[in-house]
Design a binder for this molecule. Structure first.
Ligand code: APR
Length: 263
């Protein structure tokens, strides 16, 4: 991919957008080499190249008629738990059938090249862990876990029923993910905010930066004088106020970035 790219200074935000194909700017590699702590936030875009639709992509097939934001809510589950379980079983099967892509693998390798890395993901697909990343902060939970809707605790249960039941109280079991209108688990929230405020480089990868509080993290890092980088083929509102806006696919940029750092 390595054509020469537009120059890009890291001295202040409002830099020209880098477009694919591009070589990683020396100033960014230099910032990563000097970083004591790198914080990474990923969104659905990093899993797109594995074949997992992003949250705001049109849904396919049976689910085309639904807006995910209407399904991923406690109200939707109370209204029709069977429908919500059908949707999540479809998503679980889809994720189980795909593989981590070069972007996931590159982030797992990046963690071995810097003194400290915090990886925060908004994704619930577990692909970072399957690519070898450890201690992943799952901001919105994990699609393969199950939680009792009544006791609000993770349960190990038989999920063959149309709507699985809690083995402790018999109440409905739901997927262990954070739905719209629900709070982020406090540990994940606190650890993520602390990492954004402490890091020297913040990489925002494959997220539309539309959903808060995850979308606050890049600004917290920028306000704490970190070098902030976005990797997204479609620049977001964030792109205008950060140091590097790399308008390219994560699967193309991240291996290049890690190879350049490892040189
Ligand atoms: N590489 C990098 N970015 C990509 C790629 C790619 N190959 N393909 C798509 N993108 C970008 C899109 O341009 C988009 O900006 O990924 C972003 C995905 O945005 P969303 O679909 O909004 O997903 P996300 O930002 O993760 O949503 C955040 O909102 O819907 C809730 O809980 C859900 O975790 C999700 C949260």
């Amino acid at each position: 991919m390595a054509a020469s790219c537009t120059t890009c200074c890291a001295s202040s935000p409002h830099n020209p957008t880098l477009t694919e194909p591009c070589r990683i700017p020396d100033a960014l590699i230099d910032a990563l080499r000097k970083a004591r702590h790198v914080c990474v936030l990923t969104g659905a875009g990093i899993s797109a190249e594995s074949g997992v639709p992003t949250f705001r992509d049109a849904q396919t097939g049976l689910w085309e008629q639904y807006n995910p934001q209407d399904l991923a809510t406690p109200e939707a589950f109370l209204r029709d738990p069977e429908l919500i379980w059908r949707w999540y079983r479809w998503r679980r099967d889809l994720v189980a059938a795909v593989e981590p892509n070069a972007g996931h693998v590159a982030l797992a390798r990046l963690a071995t090249l810097v003194p400290r890395m915090t990886l925060i993901t908004q994704n619930v697909d577990g692909l970072h862990q399957r690519a070898g990343s450890r201690d992943v902060i799952e901001f919105h939970g994990n699609i393969f876990t199950n939680r009792c809707f009544v006791e609000n605790c993770i349960v190990d249960c038989d999920t063959s029923a149309k709507v699985p039941s809690c083995p402790h109280c018999g109440g409905h079991v739901r997927p262990g993910v954070v739905w719209f209108g629900e709070s982020i688990p406090s540990q994940a929230l606190n650890d993520s905010f602390a990492a954004a405020a402490d890091c020297d480089v913040f990489l925002s990868i494959g997220t539309s930066s539309q959903v808060f509080p995850a979308a606050n993290l890049a600004e917290i890092a920028r306000d704490a004088s970190a070098v902030v980088v976005e990797v997204n083929p479609e620049p977001t509102d964030l792109a205008a106020s950060i140091h590097f806006a790399i308008q390219a696919r994560a699967g193309a940029v991240l291996p290049e970035l890690v190879d350049s750092l490892a040189e």
